[in-house]
Design a binder for this molecule. Sequence first.
Ligand code: SF4
Length: 441
Amino acid sequence: MNIQSKLAILADAAKYDASCASSGTVERNSRAGKGVGSTSGGMGICHSYAPDGRCISLLKILLTNFCLFDCAYCINRSSSPVARARFKPEEVVKLTLDFYKRNYIEGLFLSSGIIQSADYTMEQLVEVARSLREDYDFRGYIHLKTIPEAAPELLALAGRYADRLSINIELPQDQSLVLLAPEKNAGTIRQSMGVLKNGIDEYKDNKKSAKAIKSLTPAAGGSRFNHAGPVRRRAKVPIYAPAGQSTQMIVGADSSNDKAILTTAKGLYQGFQMRRVYYSAYSPIQHASKALPAMSPPLMREHRLYQADWLLRFYGFSVQEIAGGATRPNGMLDLDIDPKLAWALANRQLFPININRAPKEQLLRIPGIGAVGAQRIINARRFKVLRFDDLVKCKISVKKVAPFVETLDFNPHLNTLDSHNLRQQLMVSNNKWAPEQLGLF
Ligand code: SF4
């Protein structure tokens, strides 16, 4: 099979993997004429945009779609009747460099089915990254999907060459994994995530101490000596997955509700310092097991989970507040309105919030006010007591916030917050602005 035909099969097989953001890595470039490629300190999801407006694209492929395992939800499972192909590591290296030189991509996202053994597969993945970095001085972005069953030494090696490592948690609940992917083991997955976390933590600590030592050198105005004697410049800290680790969870393949999904995500953020948890709506596959649903969940569910995830990480909400209790007694997020608005409507007694007095954490709970808007309000109120029109100057959508805020000259009509059709009214005005959810592929 020629390389183009393999590429057609293995790029198609990789499309089910949603976890390929290129954010948060170290900055590298080849401006001095050394090496090939560059990374920008920006953000991006396969085809996304860096802060300077550049589209970041990654070559997203599998090393092979042959697999020993038979995970029921996976198109590449051993019993799936799909066309199979396998790249040699040197073919992936060549493709990456060719695509890079043609300016098609800025990095590589590489995953794989499991062939021969977990260690053998991981060795092949690591070899691609090693060869790119060491043989060709490739400085672009590399994201390696890691095989959880592989030996810790191989995971350590992967971290030396890749910007980001990821291990899929696969399903929100361990019992679903037992049912749908019996060859996988939730304990092994978490153990390997722990290995990656330790490597990443160690790298960060080493970087911090190297920085502290550097700040003591005469050039930075510090003392040349510490209690142990003269300070020498330290060797460069060996890199270990500087863009951290991420994971992916399939949504809608089992009966887990959104509360269970978000609880698992929260545990992964806290326990393993994940940079991102990706939510991937289950796509029905050919000859699927009867244990799987016949239809994929609405893509809006995936979108709402990402919004809820954001609220958990940056807005101080708990899972119970947005996907449980009075807000969502059935544990499912509202598909018609975003989770923050759903929470506000279920907790109307907490509103209106006084824009001039509320602390930042409270401002962040107002539907229509994000982190930037909250900061603008805080900055503006240092100079004056804010009126309703000042919200426009803070670039806040007054239509969205009006029922929930009070200012010097504005208080929502008492009956606005009590009105039964407030949800309906807000849905109409929000939907005017709501971006349409696009399919991932
Ligand atoms: S191990 Fe990965 S590639 Fe293989 S069947 Fe399971 S999910 Fe698919």
